[in-house]
Design a protein around this ligand. Structure first.
Ligand SMILES: Nc1ncnc2c1ncn2[C@@H]1O[C@H](COP(=O)(O)OP(=O)(O)OP(=O)(O)O)[C@@H](O)[C@H]1O
Ligand SMILES: [Mg+2]
Length: 252
């Protein structure tokens, strides 16, 4: 599953890490891959100081197994760390290496979450293209929504996706997510076209409140789910995990 966004700083890493913890708490084997190769920050949020990263795997200085690290929250991570700037351009080599890594880790985990960069650069779009499911994170700000729309449009047209999950993060009032999702869905449907069979579904998977506890957790470099498990945002993330588990269970 790819977690992506149009605009940066909207909460992808927060959602990826805490969703991973929520799924792990339900007994799932989860790996979060820091797919924002140029500007990785999963290690910062989790307060990890990795000695081995994707960079070392790419350069064959360590094996993939050695770079898969346990994270607080009971899941595993494959971190990019800093120094991956040279991979922020999508070369055939980077492409092959990422695909190979995913193929290798897939059988060992129930969920592989790709915490991607923001925007529609080729690296981001490639990372998203590797995922079965996409979760777009957006905040209610107009700039974030415009960029989310652009991202989803590209996913629908270039990747031919007919279903994208939406998380409205930092919501200011209950129901805001539903309203925004409905508006985006309308514009997108018009774009994707009225051709029969060409429906596009943007599904609101979660509305996470603007919650001071999230900022507190990030400042302390701790998981929200572990340190403020009763907060509104933590409850929303656990509900998101439940929904994803139910959807998976319902799949044929
Ligand atoms: N629900 C929320 N309530 C309050 N603050 C939030 C919430 N979600 C995220 N934030 C704040 O937004 C900041 C950015 O979040 P995060 O690092 O997860 O974004 P990102 O999309 O991964 O950013 P980047 O594009 O740089 O990778 C966090 O440090 C946190 O302070
Ligand atoms: Mg991030």
């Amino acid at each position: 599953m790819a977690v992506t966004s149009g605009k940066g700083g909207v909460g992808k890493t927060f959602v990826s890490a805490n969703l991973a913890a929520a799924l792990a708490a339900r007994g799932e084997r989860v790996l979060v891959l820091d797919a924002d190769l140029g500007l990785a920050n999963l290690d910062v949020v989790l307060n990890l100081h990795p000695k081995l990263t994707l960079h070392d795997v790419f350069t064959e200085r360590c094996t993939l197994e050695q770079a898969i690290l346990p994270a607080p929250g009971g899941f595993h991570v494959l971190l990019a760390g800093s120094g991956m700037v040279e991979y922020s351009r999508l070369t055939p080599d980077v492409r092959d290496k990422l695909l190979h890594i995913l193929e290798t880790v897939k059988p060992r985990f129930d969920w592989v979450v790709l915490d991607t960069g923001a925007g529609i650069s080729d690296v981001v779009l490639f990372a998203v293209s590797m995922a079965n499911d996409v979760l777009v994170v957006a905040t209610p700000e107009p700039t974030s929504l415009t960029d989310a729309y652009a991202t989803i449009k590209v996913l629908a047209t270039q990747q031919n996706r007919r279903h994208v999950g939406l998380v409205i993060n930092q919501a200011n009032r209950p129901g805001e997510g539903k309203l925004i999702c409905g508006q985006l869905q309308q514009v997108l449907q018009r774009f994707v076209g009225p051709t029969p069979g060409q429906t596009f579904k943007l599904e609101l998977l979660s509305e996470v409140k603007n919650d001071q506890m999230v900022r507190q957790a990030v400042l302390k470099r701790q998981l929200l789910l572990e340190h403020y498990p009763g907060s509104d945002a933590a409850q929303a993330i656990r509900a998101l995990a439940t929904k994803l588990l139910e959807q998976r269970a319902a799949q044929p």
